[in-house]
Design a binder for this molecule. Sequence first.
Ligand code: FAD
Length: 415
Amino acid sequence: MSDRVVIVGGGVIGAMCAWYLSDAGLRVTVVDRGKFGSACSHGNCGYVSPSHVLPLTRPGQVAASLREMFKKNSSFAVKPRFNRDSLAWFWKFGRRCNERDMLDAAQGRHAMLQSSKRLYQELVAREDIDCEWKEAGLLFVFDHEKGFEEYGKTDRLLRDRFGVGATPYDGQQLVELEPALKPGLGGAWHYEGDCHLRPDKLMDSLRTKLESRGVDFIEDAAVERFVVEHGKAKAVVAGGVQISADRFVVATGAWTPFLNEHLGCRIPIEPGKGYSLTMPTPARMPQIPIVFDDAHVAVTPMQRKYRIGSTMEFVGYDATLNRKRLELLKTSAKKYLHDPYCDPVEEQWFGWRPMTWDGKPIIDVSPAMSNVWIAAGHNMLGISMATGTGKLIRELMLNQQPHVDAAHFSIARLR
Ligand SMILES: Cc1cc2nc3c(=O)[nH]c(=O)nc-3n(C[C@H](O)[C@H](O)[C@H](O)COP(=O)(O)OP(=O)(O)OC[C@H]3O[C@@H](n4cnc5c(N)ncnc54)[C@H](O)[C@@H]3O)c2cc1C
């Protein structure tokens, strides 16, 4: 009889771990405190973006964030929580805003992003996953020529160091490439290697496929603790019920710090709240996903839907739907698009991105239990990195040669 694995957390990371582990013949159960696929993996922008090599921790980022905080209608907000872990997170984030640490994080991100894109391509082609997969690239649009030209430095860095280059379009060429955009913009960089998908469809399709492979799902069951014997977990306890297994994966996204006491380490994750609006397709819908760099707003064209998403609020686990933020998404898009939105809005949504202070996920075995692996902290890139993470978890669990350097994602780096 094959080993049984319990995966705690049914977001995209837990789902992809379930995929690769069930593929290896393990018997998998996914346990979620809510409904599978309904947290941060539901209403995000769906980019699978190898272009997002650089973390937020860049030289000058602290000053830029402070400026952004005090701007009217900013998409960025911080309301610090005065507890030790939260303050340490911001301190460490600030200290990493230098060239050396930025490039160090970029190496790990690049490896995981490249591998994940290839794995998605294989998966979508081989398994007929219904998620509206598209390889249309990603446009980084700038309001003014100055910003567009300045971005050339970043593009050179990404091209020279990581082989990830973009094609520049000046303001005139841009409207020919993407007629949904208004004329008069500064220009754009097109990352042709980026892809996108519809995240809620990805999650639905994965669930159907996983069920047909015999994966079980237990919903509305919050895991509170582990039952441990001789340094190994025997079971998780959810609502007083024990769920036994031979091995475990903790893929609990932004909630992971709540299990710190049991995991034997302090997982440094802050929830980075973001919002999205999903609508029917407007008359002139962009054909290419777009990030408006100055407004920090992103749009995703889908088959019968259209999404605007963005904002980054560090306000703890605040679960209110801030109407002002949602309105801001609409007004920001107005500046750039002929048809920035289309009524009626079908879904107003927020999600907590699991943010680490170095911009890399944590994919490693727990220091407290030798049969529990952690896969969390995917920042703004959980969709983009999910396949590579699932595969790496399988390799670590089964003592196979990792396909990417696992040291980038180790717990040891966080000390
Ligand atoms: C506005 C916005 C846009 C984004 N756009 C993109 C994008 O374009 N591309 C991209 O790559 N990423 C994007 N992201 C980031 C991406 O959505 C996240 O990185 C990703 O969804 C994280 O996945 P996850 O599985 O770790 O977490 P989640 O999807 O949050 O899943 C974690 C699950 O764990 C469960 N859980 C937690 N604690 C427990 C417990 N104790 N017991 C049982 N279950 C538990 C939760 O209920 C939840 O279902 C975006 C995020 C936002 C907010």
